[in-house]
Design a protein around this ligand. Structure first.
Ligand code: PEP
Ligand code: MG
Length: 590
């Protein structure tokens, strides 16, 4: 049954408007609770058959998964599926479910759910850790059988959609988002995340309108009969809109489309302020196949290539040769424009089980980025650096390091680079001898040490997504604290100022490659603070170019000074809003 017409206020994370039917994804990590549903005596047989069919389908899926994992990984990695198949075939459990259907007249979903919850709870209470963990396996298998009973998608299974649909889910991981087929998906609405969570970053790069912070019960309540609108500008979710509302959104979509195409037609124009200062506008690249878009948007180069996407959604690590070919190809496409490659930044929400096995309480504060690469997976760092040093001779390559929080880390990487150069030389291979190396400033420690880091590097790139997260102490994946994500906060502006001043003193340049580089209100403040380059998702370059071409440098400098003197984020933002509304009102709401 379709839900009543309603509008829900959530959080906008990727611009655009999507209108369509939904498909729900049940997150395996959250347990779906089927409601008590009674069947009639006449329905018992068909309910039993449904249950048996779902078991058979689940068994087939697990056997296929076991084979796939055995082929790609080690045999012991596939053992988990043996345990899962045993749960599917468990006579006692199945007899209990059948009893629930036959005697209590429960629906198959409900009978399965209460039976398996009972068993899982018994395991959870056991003193032995190994047995306690089995409760997760039972819930995992139950989730799969439930999904087969209800035809609801489970992450990891390919979406089988007849028409393009809007995904509604509790959460989407970066790898699940990367796997979405944009031919089949119109956009998504999820419960967890924020504007800087990696699923949101990917949504913007895939041009999918997206919102986060929807009510937790919504994915279970929506059905294929419900039509929804995702407003990726205002962060709204409209369920079963009336004709007038739908028409208004269609008009807005068309209007924004027109403004955007007008701005995109200016891709040849210089990003030059009205008083003649040129700002570098670069693009962020999440996957090598997006390079054509980078070229189309008129970016001056690639300011951040997030290499973790080369490591995602695969069971083996990319070796030196494979990476060498990828970097070389991108450099050739860049045609001597700069390409800044960031070394692997796995951890946080960019979880990859092949590399990162630790189960941490606070992954964003844990073994992430350069820490992991220097201390546990130096093999990965060395392979990547070797591939980069070799590919670098084919273009204008720069390398930067993620999550730096101490001088020591930079010194260690420099020393590894020196050893690898020596190695390559003795192997008679061509390599870059004068490597341009930068650090990402994304921890307050790095910003406050900028004066001491600057002599060791060739550039800074401010990773504001993390810098805001660590400065404001807000988990970037947690929608509950997303309201505290205020990049105009004077504390953030001050850290950027410290960084720019140190760079100026040591004659190096500063880029910003986090989401704020594409935030039209932050752009005047960043340029006014003295940032040289902004790097962003390619689809934002046109709008930011227009902002820069509409203002004078001195106006941005005045705005930045005034914002620095504010006592709070709202007042600082208001200063930028006045400037935007005076000079480029057309970009205010797109
Ligand atoms: C950042 O932190 O701003 C950044 C660009 O890196 P990522 O979003 O990949 O963590
Ligand atoms: Mg970061």
């Amino acid at each position: 049954m379709a839900l009543p017409t309603q509008t829900i206020q959530a959080i906008a994370v990727s611009p655009g408007i999507a209108i369509g039917r939904t498909t729900r994804i049940i997150d395996q990590s959250r347990h779906w609770e089927p409601q008590l549903h009674k069947i009639t005596a006449d329905e018992v047989d068909s309910e039993l058959s449904r249950y048996v069919a779902a078991l058979a389908l689940t068994r087939t899926q697990l056997i296929n998964l076991r084979k796939e994992v055995r082929d790609k990984l080690q045999a012991q990695d596939a053992e988990i599926f043996d345990a899962h198949i045993m749960i599917v075939d468990d006579h006692k459990l199945n007899a209990e479910v059948e009893k629930g259907i036959k005697t209590d007249h429960f629906s198959a979903e409900y009978a399965l759910y209460i039976t398996s919850e009972h068993v899982a709870n018994v395991f959870s209470a056991m003193p032995d850790e190994y047995l306690r963990e089995r409760s997760a396996d039972i819930r995992d298998v139950t989730s799969r059988i439930l999904s087969n009973l209800t035809n609801i998608q489970v992450p990891g299974q390919e979406l089988d959609l007849d028409a393009r649909r809007i995904i509604v889910a509790h959460s989407l991981s970066p790898s699940e988002t990367a796997e979405l087929d944009i031919e089949k998906v119109l956009g998504f609405a999820v419960e967890t995340g924020s504007v800087t969570s990696h699923a949101a970053i990917l949504a913007r790069s895939m041009h999918l309108p997206a919102i986060v912070g929807i009510p937790p019960e919504l994915p279970e309540q929506l059905t294929a009969d419900d039509k929804i609108i995702i407003d990726g500008f205002g962060g709204k979710l409209v369920i079963n809109p009336d004709a007038r509302t739908e028409e208004a959104y269609r008009l807005k979509k068309a209007e924004v489309g027109q403004i955007r195409s007008r701005l995109e037609s200016e891709s040849e124009l210089q990003p030059e302020t009205t008083d003649g200062f040129i700002v570098q506008l670069a693009a962020n690249l999440d996957s090598p196949d997006k390079i054509a878009e980078v070229k189309r948007c008129g970016a001056s180069g690639i300011g951040l290539f997030r290499t973790e996407y080369l490591f995602m959604n695969r069971s083996t690590l990319p070796n030196e040769e494979e990476q060498f070919e990828v970097y070389k190809k991108i450099l050739a496409e860049c045609d001597n424009a700069p390409l800044i490659v960031r070394t692997l930044d796995v951890g946080g929400d960019k979880f990859n089980t092949n590399i990162y096995r630790a189960n941490e309480q606070n992954p964003f504060l844990g073994f992430r980025g350069i820490r992991l690469c220097l201390h546990e997976r130096r093999d990965i760092l060395e392979t990547q650096l070797r591939a980069l040093l070799r590919a670098g001779v084919f273009g204008n390559l720069k390398i930067m390091l993620p999550m730096v929080s101490s001088i020591r880390e930079v010194i260690e990487v420099r020393s590894i680079v020196g050893q690898l150069q020596h190695q390559l030389k003795s192997e008679g291979k061509e390599y870059v001898s004068d490597l341009s190396l930068g650090v990402m400033v994304e921890t307050p420690a790095a910003a406050l040490m900028a004066d001491k880091l600057a002599p060791l590097v060739d550039f800074f790139s401010i990773g504001s997504n993390d810098l805001v997260q660590y400065t404001m102490a807000i988990d970037r994946g947690n929608e509950r604290v997303a309201y505290l994500y205020r990049p105009s906060h004077p504390a953030i502006l001050e850290l950027i100022r410290v960084c720019v001043d140190a760079a100026r003193k040591h004659n190096i340049w500063v880029s910003v490659c986090g989401q704020i580089a594409a935030d039209v209100y932050m752009v005047p403040l960043l340029i006014g603070l003295g940032v040289h380059e902004l790097s962003m998702t390619p689809s934002s370059v046109a709008v930011v170019r227009r902002v820069i071409r509409s203002m004078a440098m001195y106006e941005m400098e005045q705005a930045a000074q005034a914002a620095l003197n504010c006592t709070n984020a709202t007042d600082a933002l208001a200063i930028a809003e006045v400037l935007i509304n005076q000079r480029v009102p057309e970009v205010a709401n797109i």
